[in-house]
Each structure stands twice: as C-alpha cells, then as structure tokens.
Ligand binder design. Sequence first.
Ligand code: HEC
Length: 463
Amino acid sequence: MNYPFWEIPFLGSGWVIGIIAIFHVMISQFAVGGGLYLPMAERKAMRMTDPETRAAWLKQLASHSRFFLVVTAVFGTVSGVGIWFAIGLTHPEATSTLIHNFVFGWAMEWVFFLVELATVAVYYYTWDRIDPKLHLKVGWVYGVASAFTLIIINGILAFMLTPGDTWIAVAGTGQEASKFWNAFFNPTYWPSLLLRTCVCCSLAGVWALITSSRIDADKQPALKTSMVQWSVKWLVPSFVAMPFLMIWYYMMVPASQQALLTLGIDTINAGTFSAVTRMALVIIITSATIVGVAYYLAYRNPLDFNLSHAMAVLLLALIATGAGEYSREMLRKPYVIGRWMYSNGVRVPSVARINQEGYLTHSNWVWSGSDSSYSRGEAIFRGECGSCHTMDGYRPMRQLLAGRDRANIGSFVLMLHDYKPDMPYRRFMPPMVGTQQDVNDLSDYLNFQVNPPAAPRVLTAQK
Ligand code: HEC
C-alpha cells in the first residue's frame, strides 16, 4: 500500500468516480457529437433556398450553440477535472501508471481541449459577425479538435480493459513507454472508438431535441417539424450499428472477462444473473425505449413534442450511458488495468513478494502505533477490499458475511488468499495478499465487525 486510503462511507469511493463519470460522459460525448452536428446543421441551413427558412434555422442553431457552449464548456470541463481528482484519490496507483505511460497522450489531449474550448467560444460569439463561410469553418475546426479528444482518450480508456500482450510483456520493466502505440491501439481500441462515435452522434441528437422541443409550434411549425425530425435522425446510425459493434467489442475482451457476461446469460433460468448481464439488458431496454419514444413522440408528432418528452429521452440516455459505463467497469474486474493491476492497486507480479513480506510492511501510511491485530486488519481491509466494498453501504461487508463465525470468515479470507484456479470468486475479486498474520488480522477485524462482541454489561448496584 503505497498511498493513503480514501474512505467514502456507504457509497464507496468507486461510486464517486462513477457518478462524476456518467455525467461527464453524457456531456463530453455530446461535445464530440455536437462537433459534427453543429457544422452539418449550419451547412444544411446555408444551402436552403428559401431565405426565411434559412434565417429561422440559423437563428435556432445560434440559440442551440449557446446551450451547447454552456453545457460542454462549463459542466464538461468541471466534471472532467472532477474525474481527475476522484481517480487520483481512489486509484492513485493506476492513475500513476496512466500518467507515466501516456504522458504525451495526455499532453496531446490537453492541446485539443484548448483548441476545442477556444473554437467553441469563437463559434458562439461570431454568429452574424463574420463571413458565414468562415463561421462554418470555425465550426469544422471545433469538430475536428473535439473528435481528436475522443480519438486520444479512447486509447487510454480501452487500454485499461485490454492493455494487449506487447505492453504486458514490458510492464514493470521501466520500458513501458516504448510500447506507447501498442498500448494505445490495443485490442479494444477500434470497436470502442466506433461504439463511442455512435453514442456521440446519438447524444448530439438527444441534446438537440431539448432545444428543438422548446420551439413554439404555433409560431414556427415548419421550423419545429424540420428541426425535431432532423435531430431524431442522429439516433439512427447508433441503433443500426451498435449491436454489431458491441459484439465486436466483446470478442476482443479476454475470455476470462467474457465469462462475466456469459455467466449471466447461461444461467438466466437458474437465476444467477451477473451484474454485467443485468446491465447489458438495461442498455438494450433503455435504448429500445429511446428509439420508440424518439420515433413516435418526436418524429411522428414533432409539433406536440415538448420539453418533458425531451427530458424523458435525455433521462433514458443517462440511464443507458450509466449502464454502459457500469458494464465496462464490471467487465474489467478484478483488474483496474487488465491482467496487470488489480482494482485495489496491487500489481499482479507483486503478489508473491507481498505474500512473503506482508501487506503493510512497506506502507508509510499506517499509523506506527497501529500494531494491534484490529487496526492492522482495518488497514488491510481498506487497502485490499475498500475499492469494491464498504462496511454497510455498497456491497456491504456486514451483510455479505452475515451468519459466518470467525472460523468461517477465516476460511473465506484464506480461500481468497490461496486464489486457486477453480475458485469462483476469481472472476471478480483479486486475491487477498499478505502473510498468514495478515490473513488472521483481516479475519479478526471482519469478525469484529460482523459479530461484534456483546457490550460489557453494566452492573447495577444492588442495594
Ligand atoms: C475488484 C473488486 C473487489 C475487491 C477488491 C474485493 N471484492 Fe469482494 N466482491 C466483489 C464482488 C463484485 C462481489 C459480488 C458482490 C455481490 O454479489 O453483490 C464480492 C463478494 C464478496 C463476498 C460475498 C461472497 C459470497 O459468496 O456471497 C465477500 C465475503 C467478499 N466479497 C469479501 C471480500 C474481501 C474480504 C475482500 C478483500 C480482501 C474483497 N472482497 C475484495 C468485488 C471485490
């Protein structure tokens, strides 16, 4: 344990990242999709022959671009920085690996962020102030810069799931950065990029429905009809291509990880539904509902399409995004960086050494007075289990271990420690690492939490 542990009671630190990340993904993918939507819509408007329709479209687009600027440049950037804070505190070890390995990737990313933010501001503030053709070009520069933010971050995100054999072969040698491009164009890079591109287009359409739903249907029926219908069309590519892309993506994931999904599907009848499968079904159901709502409420009846309908679509998209990110996260278990680093920051090749030397031996963060079995057990719990479990909230230890006595808890921890190839928990839990003493300390601590010793009885003085 090289870093201190950041404890978030009940929720668990993972959810702090999760909640920020889901909002950030909704907004940042809108920022990328909008980079295509806005210039394409503007070009479409500029080609319209009827001056009145053209003017109405351009006016509406200018208003949409204000909404776009505020949502992406304010909430997108703030939530993006939030992710850095959250992952730095929750997964310091993995964050350090990502920074060391991809330092030039991040540098490129930030250059594109700067271009993106500068051009989106210029785009918004120069409607009607510069030559329309030049304005459209600014829109395209924005579009290209924002596409590159996705092209780069996608390499790093996909790397965490599937770093690829070439990188794994040099991991830990100090030569990792020499395999930058192998790590970047890793096995899930392309399916993931295409999937996210589809999602970006859909989100551009979904968010555009928010602004187009507010067009007054009595005053501008033609504008509202064309704007709503055009925005709905942005959902189409996703729903045609997404199932194929998801299968491709899934095929590129190592078999051990695939098992997390098929485990649930094979056993649907038996009732053991893995979390990944449940989430995959949520994605399918919400996506299908979005198509239904978008087609019947928006495309077929654009004039009756109002803000609450649009908000409903947005909410469904939020649920689908959340489920998508959650599945990706679950698919990666028990690793934070596939086959290289477990979710609790322990590197796969260090397991044998830690088992010899002890988990807390080299940690500077454990209070030196904490040599009681209880406080050592608590530190081990936080470091090794706390990235996925809390005591009483998310994946609650007290509940998961309820009914077990000390001996039973001890054999459970020992089983996690021995990590035999056929142990079912290997699919989602890392090994418990440390010496026999560490195993005992953790078991003592867990036992104390699950079976608290009866409070000392206060003797009432007898008269
Ligand atoms: C990578 C994340 C992760 C880590 C780290 C982790 N677990 Fe788990 N654990 C899970 C998941 C996922 C489940 C399944 C939870 C469920 O069924 O809701 C689980 C289930 C459990 C269960 C219930 C098993 C059962 O059969 O009901 C126990 C007990 C448990 N974990 C103990 C631990 C202990 C002790 C540690 C630390 C040494 C630990 N876990 C570390 C992810 C993790």
